[in-house]
Design a protein around this ligand. Structure first.
Ligand SMILES: [Ca+2]
Ligand SMILES: [Ca+2]
Ligand SMILES: [Ca+2]
Ligand SMILES: [Ca+2]
Length: 308
């Protein structure tokens, strides 16, 4: 995945996570970008039990992009599966072998780091902010946490708690600025909500950061649709200056056809995206699980607002 410019040389860099074997650390390899493209050999290798990666943000505004690594299986202080999130700070020599900051799950089974996302600047202070999901917290109600970047370590700014069984924080997503007010916004998935139908909640940024209440919720139609597993900020797909959001339902059935999958795209707008999708994309294959992965395809940023 592209992680921004980690070593500050003006070229975007790339981080690649290797496969996970039980009991063994995964390998995250960082490749420097250059005029000639991406180097063939990694410039730096970090061994961590990584489950999720996020990058392309500068938390301390020092000119170096930083890397987030979520490790839901970590056992800090002997608490199994409490999870952890590590911040690797970019520098002239790269992100360093050990994290600049490590945030640990509070209780066994919290699964903090199941999801991580750099958000951009949610409170307008010039420092990028990030979110991490702990879907196992509070007995499976789950929580999503927003951390504010700053000159030193990032600080916890907001905790969003799910209701019983919701597994809030199954995903957290960088969605950009969906309502064009200059503050980055956040989408959070809860795969267990509504008896397994799943829900995605959209929270708006503002002068005090991400708000405590969802501005919009999008509910799944049926159990096993998988709504809340994957939300992707797809940038501004219709060029109106407002960032747009894709919500996957990879398990969705179409009539009698099981597991075809569906992706709903909600267009950003001054009042935020609507309850109904702007575009609906359906898979074409039974058990094709359309929507298992969604990538933002880059393009020129036009329009009145910076959407990304
Ligand atoms: Ca930085
Ligand atoms: Ca900020
Ligand atoms: Ca906004
Ligand atoms: Ca748009």
């Amino acid at each position: 995945m592209g992680v921004g410019d980690v070593n500050g040389d003006g070229f975007g860099d790339l981080a690649v996570r290797g496969g996970l074997r039980p009991g063994e650390p995964a390998v995250v390899s960082v490749f420097w970008g250059s005029e000639a493209g991406v180097g063939a050999a990694p410039a730096q290798v970090v061994r961590v039990a990584a489950t999720r990666l996020a990058g392309a943000a500068d938390l301390q505004r020092d000119g170096f992009a930083d890397l987030l690594v979520g490790t839901a299986s970590a056992a800090p202080g002997g608490r199994p599966d409490a999870g952890a999130v590590s911040v690797y700070a970019g520098s002239a020599t790269g992100p360093g072998a050990s994290p600049a900051q490590r945030i640990e799950g509070e209780a066994a089974g919290d699964l903090l780091g199941t999801s991580v996302a750099m958000l951009g600047d949610t409170d307008g202070d010039g420092f990028d902010d990030f979110a991490a999901g702990a879907p196992g917290a509070r007995g499976g109600a789950g929580s999503a946490r927003v951390y504010a970047g700053g000159p030193g370590a990032a600080t916890l700014r907001r905790t969003l708690d799910g209701a019983a069984g919701e597994a809030l924080g199954s995903c957290v997503a960088r969605v950009g600025d969906v309502n064009g007010d200059g503050y980055a916004d956040l989408a959070v998935g809860a795969v267990g909500a509504l008896g397994g139908r799943g829900r995605v909640s959209l929270y708006l940024g503002g002068a005090t950061g991400i708000g405590p209440a969802a501005a919009r919720v999008w509910d799944g139609d049926a159990a096993r649709d998988g709504v809340g597993e994957l939300v992707v900020g797809v940038g501004d797909v219709n060029g109106d200056g407002y960032a747009d959001v894709a919500v996957a339902a990879r398990g969705a059935s179409l009539g009698a056809d099981a597991g075809v999958g569906r992706v709903r795209v909600y267009a950003g707008a001054p009042e935020g995206p609507a309850a109904a999708p702007t575009w609906v994309l359906d898979g074409v294959q039974v058990r094709g699980y359309f929507g298992s992965s969604i990538a933002r395809v880059g393009g020129a940023r036009r329009g009145r607002h910076r959407a990304g």
